[in-house]
Design a protein around this ligand. Structure first.
Ligand code: 57M
Length: 361
């Protein structure tokens, strides 16, 4: 809205022109989301405590988690509100990509909200029945994938791009829809599985979102895209605002979620943030780069898949002491902050590798 206001005012006062620049708006989006989180965070956490929106902790996990019982969850409401308000303030609202990104994020957030609410309010540890949960997630993921496909204006918008290899791409045609769906739902679940230690999911999320902002900016700029040899997609630069809003909201949330956490994000945060990263990767055509930069999310998901398969196949044996992977290191005796910071360091390295793909091809 502020973007549109600046567009209007610049006709009278040329100084307002500066607020229409994508770079400045991206920086202002980080700051807005950060200030929003600092302003509303304490009151929200206090309310979650008061209404007893505390996390039930399973007693079959690492013993160190029992002391976390009662830590308020659903802090994702703060993250989602910060992202939505910031994007509505600073993005060009006539841009279709912005609406696709917001739609997926809010829809996944609502499903997560219902799941959290049932778990806490009705003291039902199972939450939303799995079938219903996946029905709604699939509907949102599939619906938006079909919308992106249906409104694509150039073939490159539905082509799979391989990083680090020049001129290698695969036109997906109608298969773009199931592919985009898998990326969005897969990313959402991967972030959800990772969200099991203080700050473990949010830092990688904000680092990957910030890097994806660079991809969005470059892809939306004809000169940069041609120079770097990445797909040029008119209008996709605006997604940088959405990405930096995630980065700002994530940093603001980390303030409260840093070890020892005052609040957890809950499914409302984890499912929405994962879907947000997935849809951005789909829009900027960088799904493989997302898998590289989000290597921690991929490793956590693979650890669960391997553990479950091996457990069934071997009749009760395990590869890891416990899945997802962070539990394995906890049971090996690593202190929680060490696991968290090491997973952050690995993500930072992977994000740099992902960013290098912009030039190395
Ligand atoms: C949700 N939820 C956290 C919090 C957070 C298939 C199976 C592997 C699924 C998996 C699972 O259910 N994962 C998804 C993980 C929970 O956190 C809440 O959930 C939200 C995210 N969805 O925002 O609201 C707990 O995580 C801890 N936490 C923190 N700090 C944070 O900032 O410490 C979360 C955020 C919180 C808190 O303790 O209560 C969770 O882990 O439950 N299931 C599992 O992860 C289980 N693994 C398992 O069963 N493994 C078996 C299988 C694969 C064969 C095995 O390896 O043998 C473990 N989870 C737990 N206990 N809690 C096992 C035991």
């Amino acid at each position: 809205m502020l973007y549109h206001l600046a567009e209007l005012l610049k006709q009278h006062v040329s100084g307002f022109n500066v607020f229409t620049y994508l770079t400045l708006r991206s920086v202002l989006a980080i700051l807005t989301a950060l200030v929003f989180s600092f302003a509303f965070g304490p009151a929200l956490i206090e309310r979650l405590y008061r209404f007893k929106f505390g996390q039930p902790v399973r007693d079959d996990g690492p013993a160190s988690h029992l002391k976390k019982t009662g830590t308020p969850t659903m802090g994702g409401v703060l993250i989602l509100s910060a992202i939505t308000v910031t994007t509505l303030l600073w993005a060009n609202l006539s841009n279709r990509f912005i609406w696709f990104a917001l739609l997926v994020t809010v829809a996944f957030g609502l499903v997560g909200f219902a799941d959290d609410y049932i778990k806490i309010k009705h003291k039902d540890p199972k939450g939303l029945p799995a079938r219903r949960k996946y029905f709604w997630l699939s509907l949102a993921g599939f619906g938006v994938s079909a919308l992106i496909y249906g409104t694509a204006q150039t073939p490159v918008e539905t082509t799979l791009i391989f990083p680090f290899v020049k001129d290698l791409s695969l036109s997906l045609g109608i298969f773009f829809i199931p592919w985009a769906y898998l990326v969005i739902v897969g990313s959402s679940n991967a972030v959800n599985l990772t969200d099991g230690l203080d700050g473990l999911a949010i830092m990688p999320t904000l680092l990957v979102a910030a890097a994806l902002a660079v991809f969005a900016y470059a892809s939306g700029n004809f000169k940069f895209a041609s120079y770097l040899g990445i797909p040029y997609i008119a209008g996709v630069g605006e997604i940088a605002i959405f990405c930096t809003a995630i980065a700002g909201a994530g940093l603001g949330f980390l303030w409260f979620n840093a070890y020892p956490a005052q609040v957890f994000m809950g499914d409302v945060g984890a499912l929405a943030l994962g879907a947000a990263l997935g849809v951005v990767a789909v829009l900027v055509r960088q799904e493989i780069v997302l898998a590289i930069m989000g290597g921690v999310f991929v490793a956590e998901t693979l650890s669960v898949a391997l553990q479950v398969l091996y457990f069934k196949w071997s009749g009760g044996k395990r590869i890891f002491r416990m899945a997802p992977l962070h539990h394995h290191y906890e049971l090996k005796g690593w202190p929680e902050p060490k696991i968290i910071v090491r997973f952050w360091i690995i993500t930072l390295i992977l994000v740099l590798v992902g960013l290098a793909s912009l030039k190395v091809r």
